[in-house]
Design a protein. Structure first.
Length: 218
């Protein structure tokens, strides 16, 4: 049986996902810091290659979550619901910690410019390093197990394909967001602060999403 992409999600679910995904991409984090550093070291192309690598890691985590949770759904719909509820709690805790972490914290910054004599990393190494950084981050794996299932609707069928679409959208938004970071870093060559307000907005989105998912009857 084949499923068209527009048949996999209802408008409300997909719209909520896009908003949450965009907020996550906008939030500063280690990935953005790495893209900034690589850009200042080797230019916009270096930053973009790093971003592509990081988001290849995103796709890898998507496949892993899809395989594991699709199998869980086939085995037990109740167990899948339990995983979703646990994920909702995780999102609430994560969002709360993100907001609390901005209180009294200093903005994260990268150097104004690359130091003279800084070696330029080969393109293949940039891509591979970015991918390994994304794939080998256990926190990303846990987050995906908590985040993506909240938007999967088993009754619509094509569970694995739903995961694939959600992960592909997040990876695409990630590359676009990182590209903007790389361009700004290359053009300004100045200190780029993380911005506590973005952390707070993202944390608020995660808390609200977690509460909604935990309280709504299924």
């Amino acid at each position: 049986m084949h499923w068209a992409p527009w048949e996999l999600f209802d408008a409300a679910t997909f719209g909520t996902y896009l908003g949450a995904a965009a907020a996550l991409v906008a939030a500063p984090g280690p990935g953005q810091a790495l893209v900034m550093a690589r850009t200042l070291q080797g230019g916009v192309r270096a930053g973009l290659l790093t971003s592509v690598g990081l988001n290849l890691g995103t796709l890898a985590h998507t496949v892993a979550a899809a395989l594991g949770l699709s199998a869980l759904l086939l085995a037990s719909a109740t167990a899948f619901t339990v995983v979703k509820l646990a994920g909702a709690v995780y999102l609430i805790v994560l969002g709360t910690r993100m907001i609390a972490g901005t209180l009294g914290a200093r903005p994260v910054a990268v150097p104004d410019r690359a130091t003279e004599g800084t070696p330029r990393v080969q393109r293949s190494r940039l891509l591979a390093h970015g991918a390994l950084t994304g794939v080998l981050n256990p926190k990303v794996a846990v987050f995906f197990l908590a985040f993506l299932p909240q938007f999967v609707r088993p009754e619509r069928g094509g569970v694995f394909l739903q995961f694939a679409v959600l992960g592909g959208v997040l990876a695409t938004l990630g590359v676009i967001g990182d590209a903007l970071v790389a361009v700004l870093a290359a053009r300004t060559g100045r200190r780029l602060a993380a911005g506590a307000w973005r952390e707070r907005i993202t944390g608020g989105v995660l808390v609200a999403l977690g509460l909604r998912l935990a309280l709504v009857r299924r």
